[in-house]
Design a protein around this ligand. Structure first.
Ligand SMILES: [Zn+2]
Length: 382
C-alpha cells in the first residue's frame, strides 16, 4: 500500500508529562539525558530522532499547531494536494505565485540552536540518524556529518514530474522573476516594507500576509491568473515519448503541453512517499535502539506510523513537543510517572532551550549536578 502524506487538523488533547519530574526545565533536561544516555557496553544503544515543524519555529518559520501555527491562526488553511498540482494549470500558477513570495524569507532563514544541538548530540555518540518531516533543509545544513532522512522531501530543489530531473529552487526563483516582472516588483516592495522579513508570524498577519510551513504565502485579494512558470529544460529539449512540451516566446510552460511540469521536491499532501525513502526511514527506526520525537504532533500518518513501528518493536519512546501529540496516551501507557527517563519521556518545553542544556549536561556527565547559571532563578527577596 502506498504511503501518503495526509494532514490531520483536528485539535489534540494536552500532554501528560512523564516522568512527572520532566514538568520543570531541569527535570526535563535530566529525563532526556537519562533517555539518551549511551549504555557503557552497547554499541547499538543509539537513538533515532524524528523531527517536525516545531523545531524550526525558532528559525522564524511557522508550524502547524503551535500558538502561532497555521492551523491555529488560519482556520481555513488548506494546503495544495498533489493531484490538484498535477492536473491543474491554474492551481500550479497559484502555488508558484505564493511560493515565489514565500521563498525569499525561507531562503534567508537559518537553522537554530535546536538543530545545532542535535548535531552535537550526534557528536556525543548518542544518535544514529535524524528523520525529519521538515522541508527546510535545516538539519542537513546544521549537521552535515549526522545523516538526515527527509521524509517529506525538500524545498531546495524542484523536480520534473515527467523525467524526475531536479533543479535548484534558487535558480528557479530567478526564472520566475524573469517571467513575472510585475510580481518581482511587488516582491521587492514587500521585502522593502519588511512585510516578509519580520520573524513574528503575528506581525506578518497584521500586514495581511499568512505564511505556511511549506514556504508559501497568502496575499489577500491577489489575482494569480497571469502568473507564469518555466518548463523542465530537459523535457523541452527532448520531450518524453508521445508527449509534447511547448513554451511561449519568453520561456513559460504552455497548457498545450502534456509533460515537463516542475514541482517542488517536497512530498505534497496526498502524494505517495517514494519507496526508497519509505524503506530508508523504516530501517533507520529498526536499527536504532530508541526514538525521540522533537517538535512534531505526529499529525501526518507517515510520521505517526514510525513511532507505532518503534513501539511494536518494544523501543523506548521520547517526545519533546509543545502541546499534544496524536494518540500519545498509547505510546506512554507503560512509562512510570516516577522514573528517571530511561523508559520514556514526555515533555513540553521549547527545544531551542532544552536541547542545548541537554548537550551541556551530557558533556558534563550525569554524575555532575546541574548547575547552569541561566537556570538559576534568584529568590524574589534575594
Ligand atoms: Zn523533465
Amino acid at each position: 500500500m502506498p504511503l501518503m502524506r495526509i494532514p490531520y487538523t483536528a485539535p489534540l488533547p494536552p500532554p501528560t508529562i512523564l516522568p512527572t519530574s520532566a514538568a520543570t526545565f531541569p527535570g526535563a533536561v535530566a529525563a532526556l539525558a537519562d533517555f539518551l544516555r549511551p549504555p557503557a557496553t552497547d554499541n547499538n544503544g543509539k537513538t533515532v530522532i524524528l523531527s517536525g515543524a516545531g523545531i524550526s519555529v525558532a528559525s522564524g518559520l511557522a508550524d502547524y499547531r503551535g500558538s502561532n501555527g497555521t492551523y491555529t491562526l488560519n482556520k481555513t488553511y488548506r494546503p495544495i494536494y498533489f493531484h490538484e498540482f498535477c492536473a491543474n494549470h491554474e492551481a500550479r500558477k497559484r502555488y508558484w505565485a505564493r511560493s515565489f513570495l514565500g521563498w525569499t524569507n525561507l531562503h534567508k532563514s537559518r537553522p537554530n540552536k535546536a538543530h545545532y544541538a542535535v548535531g552535537q548530540l550526534g557528536e556525543l555518540g548518542t544518535l544514529s540518524s535524524v528523520i525529519t518531516q521538515n522541508v527546510d533543509s535545516f538539519h542537513p545544513k546544521a549537521h552535515p556529518g549526522l545523516r538526515t532522512l527527509e521524509l517529506h522531501g525538500y524545498l531546495r530543489n524542484t523536480v520534473c514530474l515527467s523525467c524526475r530531473t531536479e533543479y535548484s529552487r534558487e535558480r528557479f526563483q530567478k526564472d520566475l522573476a524573469d517571467l513575472n516582472p510585475a510580481w518581482a516588483v511587488f516582491l521587492a516592495e514587500m521585502l522593502e516594507s519588511g512585510a516578509l522579513s519580520t520573524e513574528n508570524p503575528v506581525e506578518r498577519r497584521l500586514k495581511g500576509l499568512k505564511t505556511n510551513p511549506d514556504g508559501d504565502v497568502d496575499v489577500p485579494g491577489i489575482e494569480y491568473g497571469s502568473f507564469r512558470y518555466p518548463a523542465c529544460p530537459v523535457c523541452l529539449e527532448k520531450p518524453p515519448d508521445g508527449s509534447r512540451v511547448e513554451q511561449d516566446a519568453d520561456g513559460a510552460w504552455l497548457p498545450s503541453s502534456t509533460a515537463g511540469v516542475l514541482k517542488p521536491a517536497v512530498i505534497m499532501f496526498g502524494e505517495s512517499i517514494p519507496n526508497g525513502v519509505k524503506l530508508a526511514v523504516e530501517s533507520a527506526v529498526d536499527e536504532a535502539d530508541r526514538i525521540l520525537v522533537l517538535g512534531s504532533s505526529l499529525a501526518t500518518y507517515s510520521a505517526w506510523r514510525l513511532i507505532k513501528r518503534a513501539q511494536e518493536q518494544g523501543k523506548a519512546i521520547g517526545v519533546a513537543n509543545l502541546g499534544g501529540v496524536r494518540g500519545e496516551e498509547q505510546f506512554f501507557a507503560k512509562v512510570p510517572a516516577i522514573g528517571l527517563g530511561r523508559d520514556g519521556v514526555r515533555c513540553s518545553l521549547p527545544l531551542e532551550e532544552v536541547l542545548p542544556a541537554l548537550v551541556d549536561r551530557l558533556r558534563l556527565g550525569t554524575s555532575t549536578p546541574l548547575l547552569r547559571t541561566e537556570m538559576f532563578k534568584p529568590a524574589p527577596w534575594g
